[in-house]
Design a binder for this molecule. Structure first.
Ligand SMILES: [Zn+2]
Ligand SMILES: [Zn+2]
Length: 175
């Protein structure tokens, strides 16, 4: 949703508080496209602190479907976010271009709240997603999800101690 800022940016000391719906149904970036399963409205507060400076604060949360890093099952992940930005409304459009972030959510007097939230969500994006702490992943040979039980492939996981011993043997062979 877009909020027009001309009223507030011309009245010093003014503050508006608004519950703004987040309107994106998916989050896309280099890593892929992820459907948004649930969202809480963005509780946004905009304050004119004087000298045509606007302070934006807010918070919210969305829930995104992300595949588990090991077994690729879809996991619903909550991504809470905080907004804390300062907008200098004295800047011209050209000056704003230097701030790539800002120029993506502020066009003239229009604040694009979806775009603002999008940036915050990317910053809060989890580095690792697991369906559960001890996810067993998928078999590298047959592709079966090992959380559903063993697949019967013969290649058993290597014992690290055995691996060390076979290293020693191969060293002897080289000599
Ligand atoms: Zn998993
Ligand atoms: Zn297998």
């Amino acid at each position: 949703m877009r909020i027009h800022l001309s009223d507030i940016s011309s009245s010093e000391g003014k503050c508006i508080q608004q519950s703004v719906p987040f309107e994106m149904d998916r989050i896309s970036f280099q890593a892929g496209t992820y459907p948004v399963l649930a969202k809480k409205p963005v509780e946004l507060c905009i304050t004119n602190t004087g000298d045509r400076i606007l302070e934006l604060t807010g918070h919210g949360q969305i829930t995104v479907s992300i595949p588990c890093d090991r077994c690729l099952e879809e996991v619903s992940v909550d991504i809470p976010f905080q907004i804390q930005r300062k907008l200098d409304m004295k800047l011209t459009e050209e000056e704003r271009i230097n701030d790539l972030d800002e120029s993506s959510y502020l066009t003239g007097m229009d604040l694009d709240v979806d775009q603002l939230v999008y940036l915050e969500v990317l910053m809060g994006w989890p580095l690792k997603v697991l369906c559960r702490e001890d996810c067993k992943g998928i078999c590298s040979q047959c592709g079966k999800n090992l959380n559903d039980g063993p697949c019967g492939c013969v290649d058993e996981p290597k014992d690290p101690r055995m691996a060390a011993i076979s290293d020693i043997f191969s060293k002897f062979k080289e000599v």
